[in-house]
Write a protein that binds this ligand. Sequence first.
Ligand SMILES: Cc1ncc(COP(=O)(O)O)c(C=O)c1O
Length: 414
Amino acid sequence: MIKYQKIFLNDKEIEKAINNELIRQQDRIELIASENYVSEDVLKAAGSILTNKYGEGYPHKRYYGGCENVDVIEELAIERLKKLFNVKYANVQPYSGSVANAAAIASLIPKNGKILGMSLSSGGHLSHGYKISFSGYFYQTYFYDVDKNGILDYDQILELAKKIKPDLIICGASAYSRIIDFKKFKEIADQVGAKLMADIAHIAGLVATKLHPSPFEYCDVVTSTTHKTLRGARGGIIMTNNSEVAQKVDRWVFPGYQGGPLFHQIAAKAVAFKEALDPSFAIYQEQIIKNAKAFCNEFKLANIEIVSGTTDNHLFMINVKKSFNLTGKEATEILERANITVNKNAIPNDLESPQITSGIRLGTPAMTTRGFKEEEFKTLAHIIIQLLQNPYDENIIKKSKEEVSSLTSKFKII
Ligand SMILES: Cc1ncc(COP(=O)(O)O)c(C=O)c1O
């Protein structure tokens, strides 16, 4: 059980905002698929005096003195991560998933090279080639989509890859609820002579516990964030089994894209990796999936349109336009009024803009950490359905808020 404390600072304005955030996190049901509640140990490491230390470079090859302790920490983080994913080389310095992707891509292809990634509306990430990110600015980018059922069609991706002849194919997603077949992606990459990169930011915890197939035997490089299903401090990681790629990755992280490592975050990542190596983490990941399936199924029983049909992982998207005649933005705002936090999400062939969208994305990792099981998620599904079916009924909003409050006070974090 997590127990967070209020904090006391001389800076009263920041103290107030942080403590208000603590109350917000306690009182709301958190369904953002990319968020989680870290352990108290992860929190302590992230808030530690390591934030004082500079140490550009890598363990035993630093540009600064006094690195003997941070070397121990970074080496532990690397060793634990390698064990967790059974991989030969790991870089734990990326400040975020996006920077990890930038460094990984640069390690594999030259600037202006061709990338084939998953489109944003099919569930891909900005850093997989979208025009407003570094990836769309520095590279020539092309996208594959899901099919009309919202599922990856590997034959279509192969046809596209043959036409485009990309230097790099990126697989992995921010909003895709089905299993990703990394082996098929490798076959496609081989047929067109492309490198293959998997971004497992969302499913890392599931991959680590073998609840989702692993990409490692098929990919030149694998990137991830550490703060989603992996339940660690915020940040990125890059892994590979290829020593040449590993050398390039290290060079592209520092000095390529970053300066001094954030040792407090690296220590917090190391703590999280140790937690993820504990057998209890696999039980947690199993529960995430059981909860997602039970949650999703309750919507399906009410004839609500689930993008891609169902879920095999920790998240799923609802087509709120079709199911409730609401935009994703409206649905998000209605749920927020009842203390339920979700995010609006583009869905395949979305006619709305990314600021409006026709979908919402729901994920179970955070509330599973708090102790929710299938029963709580089923209850929650009914609260959400009632709210979205009666979006402007103040009585229903009030009643739902009370129901949410009884759920959150049963699973406390303060
Ligand atoms: C698949 C994927 N990759 C990368 C990222 C980027 O991570 P960050 O926000 O840490 O840059 C995200 C974030 O949501 C993601 O979903």
